[in-house]
Design a protein around this ligand. Structure first.
Ligand code: CLF
Ligand code: SF4
Length: 531
């Protein structure tokens, strides 16, 4: 195994401010894939990312990701995933986790409503898939570590494969037990595995992991982090060799691993990771975690984006993660788990109609093709106007799905954020907010928090907006835009940007940089997701 510190041009343990981080700009050499059952190794995967499409990757890889909402940014506008909480145990301790809550690796801190047996879990998946034909992926992501309870995890996958063979299987793990279970993962055709890797240097790791449970005893400190690191790297290499698409999740912890995540990105790319998902630490005292209780803060929106941008050129980035619950159901950013409690499933008449699911998904594909064509058309039009300037701005978009500007400002619980330039409109994240519209009336007390959440944006694209929020946004320097109702997002964002540039060029307005924005902690609360 290559020592992580040798591969970096930054000292692995040195802390530098996020503002000092520069984009990588270097190509990392990718070793050829190992043998085994894998047919696509590191180099094939590394050329494509979550925003890639069929033109950016081999057809067999596209087949695996095209309707996986986490592995394809485009797919997440159309397809849903669900998690079943069958894996309660964990074999390590992370300083951002409280055992009473969901696994923070793949879910926000929040109590899992119901832990399930494999039989209950499969029943629930079949019921959800019957009701939500765009639900294409089952993930096991806790509430502990999926591979710390391997019997329950694999039994669930085995039974589901028999009953709903079209559903893709996905799991997430801290990686400690991974090398021993790669054969099982391949046996059940689990094509998507997430490993949470927060460090590639045990000196950084010991600040994140107080202990691991290893070979029947508790190991602490540097040694614990060293073992975990070695298992994670070994597991990733084994998955790559077998052709399993692997995503790496990293929790960005300011002052501990922010600068170091660039090196993590390099190391996982070398080992064939398909995607790297850098997520903000969620840390509040009321979560009862070590970090929450000791005042460790999470990053701001600009800090998160700076680290993500600095990793461009390394492993491809996922930026649309919603840090969802270990029992989440629905599109990313929505949670329909309350509709599918065990009691409710008992009352449901469940018919698993594979044909209906296929027909529905064909209609979704037609919509995606239209979205793709609209984006290409808008880019071509934008190119013709000549991009003499290098202006790049963020815009917030109100959408309820389908990749269109189709939500009222007052009904938004999450804005999608696009970075727009003359050359492209790129999805770069989302911002959770409290609903402005409460029971049919605008709640003006919510407006400052909405402005704070999108304060780094130059405009907000909405289907409709009232006079009061319009004024408040304008005063804050954020342009409310409601003339692109129902348009595909990229097309609308590029069209607005063309107009913006021409106003700047004519001197009608002055282009100015925006400030920072805050990421809402404990993002998915009931009040925000209700309604
Ligand atoms: Fe679930 Fe994770 Fe599979 Fe997705 S989630 S096990 S890869 S199906 Fe997705 Fe949720 Fe982010 Fe995870 S949005 S937390 S990345
Ligand atoms: Fe918690 Fe997940 Fe870390 Fe285990 S791996 S301690 S469940 S965050």
């Amino acid at each position: 195994m290559q020592a992580s510190s040798n591969a970096s041009d930054l000292p692995a343990t040195a802390y530098i401010g996020i503002s000092q981080i520069k984009p990588l700009g270097v190509k990392v050499e990718v070793p050829s894939a190992g043998g085994g059952c894998g047919t696509h190794g590191g180099e094939g995967k590394a050329s494509c990312g979550s925003s890639g499409g069929p033109d950016d990757m081999p057809p067999d890889i596209w087949e695996k990701v095209k309707n996986h909402p986490c592995y394809s940014e485009e797919a997440h506008h159309h397809y849903a995933r669900m998690h079943v909480a069958v894996a309660p145990a964990c074999n390590i301790q992370c300083n951002y986790c409280n055992r009473k809550y969901d696994c923070s690796n793949e879910s926000r801190p929040g109590v899992v409503s119901q832990k399930l047996t494999p039989e209950q879990a499969v029943k629930k998946v079949v019921a959800v898939a019957s009701e939500i034909p765009q639900m294409t992926v089952l993930g096991i992501a806790g509430p502990g570590d999926s591979l710390a309870s391997p019997k329950k995890t694999f039994e669930t996958f085995r039974m589901l494969q028999e009953q709903a063979p079209d559903i893709k299987l996905c799991l997430s793990t801290n990686g400690l037990a991974l090398p021993d279970l790669v054969d099982e993962i391949c046996r059940y055709n689990i094509d998507h595995v997430t490993i949470t890797i927060n460090m590639v240097d045990p000196a950084v790791g010991e600040k994140i992991y107080p202990w691991i449970f290893w070979e029947h005893k508790r190991v602490t400190g540097y040694e614990a982090a060293r073992i975990l690191h070695e298992q994670q790297m070994k597991g990733l290499e084994m998955l790559t060799a077998r052709g399993v698409l692997t995503k790496i999740n990293s929790v960005l912890i300011p002052g501990i691993n922010d600068a170091h995540l660039i090196e993590v990105n390099r190391e996982v790319k070398k080992r064939g990771a398909f995607l790297h998902n850098i997520m903000p630490l969620i840390s509040e005292p009321e979560h009862g975690t070590h970090f929450g209780l000791t005042g460790q803060r999470g990053p701001s929106a600009q800090e998160l984006k700076a680290v993500q941008d600095a990793c461009m050129g390394g492993a491809n980035l996922m930026r649309h993660c919603r840090q969802c619950r270990a029992d989440a159901v629905g599109l990313l950013g929505e949670d329909r788990s309350e509709e599918f409690t065990l009691d409710k499933i008992e009352q449901m008449e469940v018919v698993y109609d594979l044909e209906r699911r296929r027909e529905y998904q064909q209609r979704v594909e037609a919509e995606r093709d239209a979205q793709h064509a609209a984006k290409q058309e808008a880019l071509a039009a934008s190119a013709q106007t000549g991009a003499a300037d290098r202006i790049k701005v963020l815009v917030a978009v109100a959408t309820k799905g389908g990749g269109r500007v189709n939500e009222h400002f007052g009904h938004v619980s999450e804005f999608q954020i696009f970075e727009v330039s003359a050359a492209e409109a790129l999805f770069v994240g989302h911002r959770r907010v409290d609903l402005y519209c409460q029971g049919g009336y605008g709640d003006d007390e919510q407006l400052p928090s909405v402005v704070r959440a999108i304060n780094d944006c130059h405009a907000v694209l909405v289907a409709k907006i009232g006079a009061c929020p319009k004024d408040e946004l304008s005063q804050a320097g954020i342009e409310p835009v409601d003339q692109y109702v129902g348009e595909f997002i990229e097309k609308a964002a590029l069209a607005w940007f063309d107009d913006y540039r021409s106003r700047v060029a004519s001197g009608a307005i002055v282009h100015e940089a925006r400030g920072d924005a805050s990421i809402r902690q404990g993002a998915y609360t009931t009040s925000a997701s209700a309604a």
